[in-house]
Design a protein around this ligand. Sequence first.
Ligand code: PLP
Length: 412
Amino acid sequence: MQFSDFGQRFNAYSGITHLMDDLNQGLLQDDVVMLGGGNPAAIPQVLETLQDTVSDLLQRGDLVKALTNYDGPQGKQSFLESLADYFNEQFNWGISAKNIALTHGSQSAFFALFNSFAGTTGKRKRHVLLPITPEYIGYSDLGVEDEIFVSRNPQIERLPDQFFKYHIDFDQLEINADTGLVCVSRPTNPSGNVLTDEECAKLDRLARQHQVPLLLDNAYGTPFPHIIFNDVNPFWNDNTIVCLSLSKLGLPGVRTGIVIANQEVITQLSNMTAITSLAPGGVGPVVVNELLRQGLLTQLCDDVIRPFYQARCELAVTWLKQAVNDERLHIHLPEGAIFLWLWFEGLSISSSELYTKLKQQGLLVVPGHYFFPGQPGVNAHGEQCLRMNYVQSENDLKKGIEILARTLKQYW
Ligand SMILES: Cc1ncc(COP(=O)(O)O)c(C=O)c1O
């Protein structure tokens, strides 16, 4: 069989394929401690609310209606309208349904957006600028063309109690005529970093100056799922593309992403959806629209989801510090998302070697080197880091941390 260049590019065993394979393996094998993937936690109150909502929708015939009809390429109209009202009520953004498009998860929105703004553009080759790394592993292989990313290393601020925090190094940041899009996740996967309001405002100013859109990947942010532990303001204006998702709310299976942007971007996205997949799925929208209608969404996020992750995160940090008990362990200040980003300063083996040793012991994590898209060669800092989630049961979390501490003692 002969695949085209395009076919071969997407046949590569990429970081995200590796991650999703591990995720599947972790789900299938009981003896593996799965601190690797990005599946949200199975929070009993969330599951219960979803079960009740789906039962109601089924009884009323709304679920079958969603299953048996195509929506338009922009997505389910009733949901677009509810969302516009919801964002306007929450943040006063002054948007309408025309500013929103649904996609098959954020991941497919990134594919459409990255390739719409980066790659060959007339005589230029434009890039997606990632102003700070480490950054989301899922971006890395989305380019239809080679090398669509340019990225920058962060400034590292060392904090008390073995914490550190990344900041954008604005002195190293250059937006130029070859920049097609600026993209950043907030909160950041893998580090749990949340860009400050000042950093966002500065990025926005720079992006506007150069007439380049700023994409804020808000998969863990406000108003839903609201896995964000400090007080920062959400950000949107007509040069910003905010991407949200139903996944981390607890619904990764419905594959629904939400894009908020100016109408030109929304039209581009919906036209691409029409061509590549006719319409986004309607099941996630009908379920979450019902949560919105009943006023349950904010309550679920603020009273259940955020407190769950915050408590679990604090527990994981305490157990880690106790088990590893070494000053060379540094933890990125967990400000949001569902991961801890660990830096083992002076580690004697690479992050992928450590990953393999841990896997042999029955612990799955994600090696740090995957999180530096757009960087040529090996990133020395990333080679001393790994990402672990804290969404599994307390038992598994404890077991995983013990395996990690034991293994580190041998290789530090
Ligand atoms: C930062 C970030 N953005 C986007 C996504 C993808 O979300 P979706 O399931 O909507 O494609 C993830 C998934 O882990 C993520 O971590």
